[in-house]
Design a protein around this ligand. Structure first.
Ligand code: BES
Ligand code: MN
Ligand code: MN
Length: 478
């Protein structure tokens, strides 16, 4: 049987698969940093070359860009938004399984910045194996998990003498970590080129080690900047301290009014459209193996957890919106001391959204509230950087069943259904534009340090992931 042969092929080639992944991880494809644009493209070419080598067809890079446009802002002012050169998509397909469903395999080859670098035990772009883990930026988010798809396809191709048990399209993006605008535009404009019956996404986590997990909901997000201007130029803080406005103090005053001590967001009407999880969901979440002290100590590593009282960690992180401040660029941040009142300050602030909140309405409420808080003596601008919808995926379909069966065979356990607190913006577009279900089958672990120093992939899960995907694709084709 080809499934058995494909699984055997994957097992025999484990060492090579990891070696190839290391080569991909050495490319610092940080999508947010303009200096890395060439590296991002190299990573795309690396993935495309491998898809070609394993026998996928119509392999190509799809350029993404947004044209120059004129927008009219709230004040009626026309503003020019410059053209943007995006990072390419990688596309491939194999569509010769007549009468079988088509699976759209999605992943992303871009990564988050690796900073702070001195926190890494081995350099972020020199993949290093320690204790059965592969350490590198992007190891699990998402190069390693995307590579599982490629390697599952290779294994099936090898076992099937150049054929697959289902039709497959592959789309891999290079802008997921910066909001995924390019792929969203492609899906809106050329959705028919991704026509499929189901999307398979491996970019989430397992709830616990050894516990096969399907993610059935993701939070959405709006990522914003607040820019505050005070004096015309930086000023001596002794000469002018006492008369000149300070943009950082102004920002601090604004930020302090965004959330109360219990973690409740104070933006008027922000919770209006928040949908409560069903009683069944809450019951299932309570039954998950979870030790809050262990979570606090070893995952979060803080002296206390914060958030809305009376709600579990799962409810707070999966089914409630949140608001976070990521950084406040500006002013003097070098070593030593400089006595200055900066002329300008910025805060990067994002909010996670849950069903049925929408990015547009949430941003409008936030913007008008922040503007209403503008302290005396400063001007303030609120900008939207990117956004994505929250989603819930349906579980009553044959694809979810195929996924749980595949993972039962690999892990010997029943799959748990969880939601994720993170966001994958394109999944909402798969649901809305392509009108297909999505299977979120991820193999990260809670301690894999996504977006943080010492990101890793537990290699056992890399191999189990490949086998699960082989079995899933075979199951869908059966
Ligand atoms: N893979 C993550 C999202 C994720 C992680 C979902 C774990 C569920 C569990 C993804 O790469 C990610 O980090 N997305 C960004 C999206 C944002 C920049 C629009 C995020 O969630 O911050
Ligand atoms: Mn990811
Ligand atoms: Mn990520």
């Amino acid at each position: 049987m080809t499934t058995t042969a494909a699984v055997a092929f994957a097992q025999e080639n484990q060492g090579r698969f990891v070696g190839e992944l290391k080569a991909l991880l050495r490319i610092p494809s940080v999508s947010t940093t303009p200096e890395h644009a060439g590296d991002v493209r190299r990573a795309a070419e690396f993935v495309a070359a491998e898809l070609t080598r394993i026998g996928m067809e119509n392999v190509r890079l799809i350029e993404t860009s947004t044209p120059e446009e004129v927008i009219v802002d709230d004040a009626g002012q026309a503003r020019m938004v410059p053209a943007r050169r995006g990072h390419p998509l990688v596309y491939a397909d194999w569509l010769h399984a007549a009468g079988k469903p088509t699976v759209l395999c999605y992943g992303h080859y871009d990564v988050q910045p690796a900073e702070p670098l001195d926190e890494w035990k081995s350099p972020p772009f020199e993949p290093t194996e320690r204790d059965g883990n592969l350490y590198a930026r992007g190891a699990v988010d998402d190069k390693g998990q995307m590579w599982m798809h490629v390697k599952a396809l290779e294994s099936l191709m090898a076992a099937g003498a150049g054929t697959l048990p289902v039709n497959v399209r592959v789309i891999v993006e290079g802008e997921e970590e910066v909001g995924g605008e390019g792929i969203a535009a492609f899906v809106r404009e050329h959705g028919e080129q991704l026509k499929a019956d189901v999307a398979l996404v491996s970019d989430t986590e397992m709830f616990a080690p050894e516990l096969p997990t399907l993610c059935v909901g993701l939070r959405g997000m709006i990522y914003t900047e607040i820019e505050v201007h005070g004096a015309r130029t930086d000023l001596h803080s002794g000469i002018y301290g006492g008369s000149a406005p300070n943009p950082f103090v102004a920002l601090a005053q604004v930020i302090a009014k965004l959330k109360d001590e219990d973690g409740r967001i104070l933006i008027p009407g922000f919770y209006d459209d928040v949908q409560k999880p069903s009683a069944d969901e809450l019951k299932a979440w309570r039954a998950l193996p979870f030790d809050e002290d262990h979570y606090r100590e070893s995952e979060v590593g803080s002296i206390a957890l914060t958030g809305e009282p009376g709600l579990s960690v799962q409810e707070r992180t999966w089914a409630r919106p949140t608001l976070e401040v990521h950084g406040m660029p500006g002013g003097f941040i070098g070593a030593g001391a400089k006595t200055v009142i900066p002329a300008k300050a910025v805060a990067k602030v994002s909010m996670r959204l849950v069903p049925d909140m929408t990015p547009a309405e949430s941003f409008a409420k936030y913007k008008s509230y922040v503007e209403s808080l503008t302290p005396k003596g400063v001007s303030l601008e609120v900008r939207l950087i990117h956004s994505g919808d929250p989603i819930i995926v349906s579980t009553d379909n044959e694809y979810v069943k195929a996924a749980t069966e595949a993972m039962r065979e690999v892990f010997g356990k029943e799959t748990v259904f969880v939601r994720g607190g993170g966001s994958i913006p394109i999944v909402g577009d798969f649901v809305r534009e392509l009108k297909i279900p999505t299977v979120l089958m991820g193999f990260g672990l809670p301690d894999d340090n996504l977006h943080a120093p010492n990101e890793k992939f537990h290699l056992v899960n890399f191999h189990r992931g490949i086998e699960s995907i082989v079995r899933f694709l075979s199951g869908v084709g059966a």
